[in-house]
Design a protein around this ligand. Sequence first.
Ligand code: ADP
Ligand code: TYD
Length: 204
Amino acid sequence: MLISFEGIDGSGKSTQLVMLREVLEDRGLTVVVIREPGATLLSESIREILLSTKQTITPTAELLLFSAARTQLVEKVIEPALNEGSIILCDRYVDSTTAYQGFGRKLDLDSVRLCNRIATRGVMPTVTFFIDVAYEQAQQRMQFDLGVGEPDRMERSGRDFFERVRYGYLQIAVDEPERFMVIDGSRDRLEIHSDIFSTLEPLL
Ligand code: ADP
Ligand code: TYD
C-alpha cells in the first residue's frame, strides 16, 4: 500500500510520517519510507540540482526534473516494494507536482497531468494525507529549522507562490475526495496523528 504525505514546506508532514511509521512498525508491519525527490541515487542527484540556489531553472525544466526523479523512484523502489506487500510512506509524491508546478508555477494543468501519468506509471497512493496549515504558520515552524541552513531554491519562491500551492492542494481535495484527505495541521502533533491513524486503520 502506498501512502503519501503532502503539504506546503514546513507544514509538519515529515513529523507525521515518522509518527505513523512508529505505530505501523509496532504492529509488525514492514514499512518503507521514502522522500521525494530522492530515495534513489539518480533521484537524490536530481534533488540536489532542483534545490540548489546556484542556478535558475525554468518552470518546464523543473516539471521534467521532478518527474524524472519520480519515475526512477517508482520503477526502482516503489513497484518492487509494493510487489513485496510493504507499506510505503512517501514524503511527497505526485500531488506535489500538481500543486507546486501546476498551481504554484502556473504551468498548463493538462500538461502537468500528462507528465504525472507518465512519471507514476499509473501507480497512485491508496490514501494521501494533506497536512493543511496557513503560510504564516508553516513559516513559523520552519524558523526553527532555518537556523540549520539557508532556505533552498523552492523555499525562496515567496508567499504568493505558496498561497497558490495551498489552493492547488485544496483543489485536488475537491477533485479526488476519496483518496486525498485534508488534515487540519494547525493543531498539536498528537491530535493530528490520531486523526491520520483513525483514517488509516480501517484500510490496514
Ligand atoms: P515538513 O516536512 O512539512 O517541511 P516538518 O515535519 O519538518 O515539516 O516540521 C517543520 C517544523 O515544525 C519542525 O521543527 C517540527 O518539529 C515542527 N512541527 C511539526 N509538527 C508540528 C505541530 N503540529 N505543531 C508545532 N510544530 C510542529
Ligand atoms: P524538501 O526539503 O523535501 O521539502 P519539505 O521538507 O518541505 O518536504 O524539498 C522538496 C521541495 O521540492 C519542496 O519545496 C517541494 C518541492 N517539490 C515540487 O515542487 N514538486 C514536486 O513534484 C516535489 C516532489 C517536490
